[in-house]
Design a protein around this ligand. Structure first.
Ligand code: ASP
Ligand code: MG
Length: 405
């Protein structure tokens, strides 16, 4: 008998028929003799709808009330799911995040899990019942309901898998697994049978939308076995595993892209110790998450510092930078929102030279200019003009032989 965590995303439970289809699937797992803990997201686009409602009613969005509002979506879905399971003679109980033992910090709308104490979930399992847990929610150290942020249901599922020592955590979505690139851009993109935690983490950090990055981080830290698969075809998906030390690694496994960021530059800052520290400390103090930082070669004692931030943070960052530019007597601040990032990811590049050279050649052949470059041991990212990023993805996917053969 295995203990299986099954998480279903919004589209998987988007309407009554979908809820019934998912309940059928869970009943098949139960009849096979396994135990199931389900995690469900809000139905369809309900989270977006609730956020829109909030902005129609108010302009202030107090965090505590936002979290009460948003978590209602998942709560509805858990109760409906249990009703569908009861119809199939599968005993099941719904639980809010708080009931399921998710203790979080007090950061409303984006709370972090402190501890999971799934006593009631365990009791339900011991009594032969399916536990259906609301995704992306918990209760704070101040005893308020909290939301774990967008995509947080994946994290709920992984955290439960860890806390309950489950055999596997299955993340059911509307795609059949993890692909070599976005199949909407490149129809010949291939579904991978397996991928390593490290590679998937790099992919989700550079634009691969599913699973949510935080859940992959959590799974990697706690070695939770993940299976990303479809709630529509139910076929075998992509297994996320640890890298075997002697496994033959693909040099490049995937191409990702991300057009959600903008490039910010502070021009003509004095090139002396402490300047970068001052710039990035000011941003960090305002909770701005920066990425891909580049400092130019110094020219006549001054330099430029560029970095990327999410589009949503641009106006906030602009204000902060203008203030710092004044303090540092810099020449000015410039913003480019028409950028995007294309990345190649592959564990095999650790030991194989020439991947960067090839990537730059492919972009050059397409006449695509590179504005910024950054690397990790298993990833190379280039910032390019936003309107060329699709061409870049297609050309790189072909050049690295990632298509279905
Ligand atoms: N429903 C929430 C969202 O759309 C949480 C989740 O599904 O992960 O972000
Ligand atoms: Mg952009």
């Amino acid at each position: 008998m295995a203990l299986v965590i099954q998480k279903f995303g919004g589209t998987a439970v988007g309407d009554p028929e979908r809820i019934q289809a998912v309940a059928e699937h869970v009943s098949r797992t139960i009849r096979r003799g396994d135990q199931v803990v389900m995690v469900v997201s809000a139905m369809g686009k309900e989270t977006d709808d609730l956020l829109r409602l909030a902005s129609e009613v108010s302009s202030t969005h107090p965090g505590r009330e936002m979290d009460m509002l948003i978590t209602a979506g998942e709560r509805k879905a858990t109760a409906l799911m249990c009703m569908a399971l009861h119809d199939l003679d599968i005993p099941a109980d719904s639980f809010t995040g708080s009931q399921a033992g998710f203790l979080t910090d007090t950061t409303h709308t984006n709370a972090k899990i402190i501890e999971v104490r799934p006593d009631r979930v365990r009791e339900a399992l011991d009594a032969g019942r399916v536990a259906v847990v609301g995704g992306s929610q918990g209760v704070s150290t101040d005893n308020d309901v909290t939301f774990l942020g967008r995509g947080g249901s994946d994290t709920t599922a992984v955290a439960l898998a860890h806390a309950l020592n489950a055999d596997v955590c299955e993340l059911y979505t509307d795609v059949t697994g993890v692909f070599t690139t976005d199949p909407r851009l490149v129809p010949s993109a291939r579904k991978m049978n397996t991928i390593s935690f490290d590679e998937l983490l790099e992919m989700t950090a550079t634009g691969c939308p599913k699973p949510a990055m935080r859940s992959v981080e959590y799974a990697r830290t706690h070695r939770v076995k993940l299976h990303v698969r479809s709630a529509f075809t139910w076929q075998e998906g992509t297994w996320v595993t640890e890298e075997e030390p002697n496994m033959e690694q693909a040099i490049v496994s995937a191409i990702t892209h991300d057009d959600s960021e903008a490039k910010m530059t502070i021009n003509g800052v004095p090139d002396k110790p402490g300047v970068a520290a001052q710039v990035f400390r000011s941003l960090a103090n305002q909770d701005i998450n920066v990425d891909l930082i580049v400092q130019n070669v110094s020219d006549h004692g001054v330099t430029d510092i560029s970095f990327t931030v999410p589009h949503d943070d641009v106006s906030h960052v602009e204000k902060i930078l203008n203030q710092i530019a004044g303090e540092l007597e810099a020449q000015g601040v410039s913003i480019d929102t028409e950028i995007a990032r294309v990345s190649v990811v592959g564990a095999g590049m650790r030991t194989n030279p020439g991947v960067a050279a090839k990537m730059f050649e492919v972009l050059a052949d397409e006449g695509i200019n590179i504005a910024m470059i950054s690397t990790s041991a298993i990833r190379i990212s280039c910032v390019v003009q936003e309107n060329r990023v699709e061409d870049a993805v297609k050309a790189l996917h072909t050049a690295f032989n990632l298509s279905t053969t």
